[in-house]
Write a protein that binds this ligand. Sequence first.
Ligand SMILES: Nc1nc2c(ncn2[C@@H]2O[C@H](COP(=O)(O)OP(=O)(O)OP(=O)(O)O)[C@@H](O)[C@H]2O)c(=O)[nH]1
Ligand SMILES: [Mg+2]
Length: 247
Amino acid sequence: MTTDMVVVIPAWNEAERLDTAAFRGFLAVAGGARLLFVDDGSTDGTRAVLEQLRNDAAPGRVEVLALTANGGKGEAVRAGLLHALRSGTALVGFADADLSAPLGELCGLQAELDRHPEAWAALGSRVKLLGRHVERSASRHYLGRVFATAASIALDLPVYDTQCGLKLFRDTPALRLALDRPFLSRWIFDVELIARLAAQAGPEVGNRIREVPLEQWEERGSSRVSPAAFLRAPIELWRVSRMHRRR
Ligand SMILES: Nc1nc2c(ncn2[C@@H]2O[C@H](COP(=O)(O)OP(=O)(O)OP(=O)(O)O)[C@@H](O)[C@H]2O)c(=O)[nH]1
Ligand SMILES: [Mg+2]
């Protein structure tokens, strides 16, 4: 794996479930890749757990960005990606703190970017294929598929899984432009990010944004998406698609 990668991990009240051993294991095998945790205004012991992880790691391998107020996953990821880009890195990605997708899956995403030098982004995709280990409860799988299909129609793009929590990007002017203003929504920011990149890619979109089926994805614990956020998602999707079509 390249040494020139920063992985942003948004963390909101993750003290109980954060698998620090797994993060240490990743750092041990991942060359010089760095982890940037964004504490999204947690009110539990997340900050202390993250600072301990940082202090135990080799200098510079783990950084903690602490946001004073909870702003939602989208803004936490955006703040982290911008911070990482400012620090200078060839590749920047994000992953969920629950490690539903093990960080080793980043190898597959990086290999895809290596194979396709013209690509801006490699998006993990949770496809239940024989021989892969993609485990989600039936309800989350089917609700997720309904939303993903609606998102694909809204974007007018054959994208299979907009919401997968593992994504990797090259540092490009397109990415920087896509991150230069806040997202409209807390939970479907992935759709907005893809829309912003797609608008810049035009007919080249399939070469610029590539999806990679993950080898492994395992649902961890209960979802943090509140019922209210779930009900808001169709309205947010409509707003995003309206803005996307206007561009
Ligand atoms: N729920 C929630 N998560 C946040 C927030 N800010 C950052 N996060 C982080 O966003 C990531 C996604 O949260 P998860 O609880 O894994 O989401 P989930 O419901 O399991 O979603 P899937 O795993 O995609 O099915 C985690 O790393 C959270 O810590 C926030 O305000 N609310
Ligand atoms: Mg999760």
